[in-house]
Design a protein. Structure first.
Length: 364
């Protein structure tokens, strides 16, 4: 009986059922979770708890689908299809969808075509930023043909939205090594690849565009939301979980009072604040990465270890609400059914044996 009681306390309220309409974790751009009950480490909130204001609107985010062709891996396809159907079913509908990169796994045309077809079910306006997996087979040629150029910006209900390309700037490691396009892509598709170097960046020309075009002529009170594939801070460089010139980007954004960076790539629940910018890390539909073994920012939540028997565990997509106070609230739509985050055995930071790294001795 005592053990049952302990389990019950770890689980929280047993009357609460996790469904796809319930969201695990609410991140407010100001760093405050408002009016949320708590289950385990994660606050929970239902769509009915969001107070709608005159200028409140919602948009959706999907990223890191990492699609292989259907005959190679159907699980990733099934999860991408599920996310697209759920975004399309949003009521009221999303004002638009952002796809945050890594649509494909190896940049093959068949993978990008498959992703384009899956996302075509969503009738809302769609905006795309690339991931490194989409880019380095043909240096973005097919991506640009299917999804257009990056960077871009647009205004919506008083908010300036900006999409940046943080993946196209790897130092040329392939020419001297005489790598084929597939070998170059294979190096980029490895989490701890040592030969690609610190490839994530905004770069000088795009920083100039950000300053002179995307941010020119608008009030410093205007809310800014930047979409990037990689985080605009130094989270964990050994895995390229950063953008190497993030400090220069923050300097450009410094005059603006309300800046939110929404990024993919890390496949994790993340939240970080530096100066005037709040960063929100997003889930993948494909798989969750473990938290980095060192260098985790203080505000990062421990990751719930996934169930290896459930391919839908630890993944999902996001609904984002821009409130009438011009704050950004993120609601992770996570597909796991139950949460045991207070149990040490279910916390990624408490079981380091699953996060040991083996140095890569030789690459190409």
């Amino acid at each position: 009986m005592e053990k049952d009681k302990e389990k019950q306390e770890l689980r929280g309220d047993s009357s609460f059922v996790m469904t796809r309409r319930t969201f695990l974790h609410k991140t407010v751009a100001a760093g405050i979770a408002v009016g949320a009950a708590s289950v385990g480490w994660f606050p929970t909130i239902n769509t009915m708890d969001i107070a709608l204001g005159a200028e409140t609107f919602k948009f959706a985010w999907i990223s890191d689908t990492h699609l292989y062709p259907k005959d190679v891996n159907t699980r990733f396809v099934e999860k991408a299809v599920r996310a697209a159907k759920e975004v399309q079913a949003m009521s009221p509908p999303a004002d638009f969808l952002i796809f945050g990169g890594d649509l494909s796994q190896l940049g093959e045309r068949v993978e990008l075509e498959l992703g384009r077809d899956i996302l075509s079910e969503i009738t809302a306006k769609k905006y795309f930023i690339p991931g490194e997996h989409d880019w380095y087979l043909d240096m973005g040629e097919t991506w640009r043909k299917f999804f257009g150029e990056t960077p871009w910006y647009f205004d919506h209900k008083g908010v300036r939205f900006i999409g940046l390309n943080t993946v196209a700037w790897a130092p040329d490691y392939w020419t001297e090594r005489k790598l084929t396009p597939k070998e170059r892509m294979a190096a980029m598709a490895t989490l701890d690849s040592i030969i690609a170097g610190p490839w994530a960046a905004v770069e000088k020309e795009q920083r100039q565009w950000l300053n002179d075009k995307a941010l020119s002529g608008i009030s410093k009170e205007t809310p800014i939301v930047l979409f990037t594939h990689t985080p605009l801070y130094e989270y964990y460089p050994p895995w390229n979980f950063w953008t190497r010139d993030w400090k220069e980007v923050l300097e450009i954004l410094k005059p603006f009072k309300n800046v939110t960076n929404i990024h993919g790539h890390t496949h994790q629940v993340l939240y970080n604040e530096i100066g005037n910018m709040r960063s929100i890390g997003m889930l993948a539909t494909s798989w969750p990465w473990p938290y980095a073994p060192t260098g985790v920012p203080p505000l990062t939540k421990p990751m719930i270890r996934v169930d290896p028997g459930d391919p839908f565990d630890g993944v999902g997509w996001s609904k984002l609400t821009v409130t009438d106070t011009q704050r950004v609230e993120n609601e992770y739509v996570m597909w796991r059914k139950q949460v045991f985050a207070e149990s040490p055995s279910d916390r990624g930071d408490a079981d380091n044996i699953n996060q040991r790294l083996t140095p890569r001795i030789v690459e190409f």
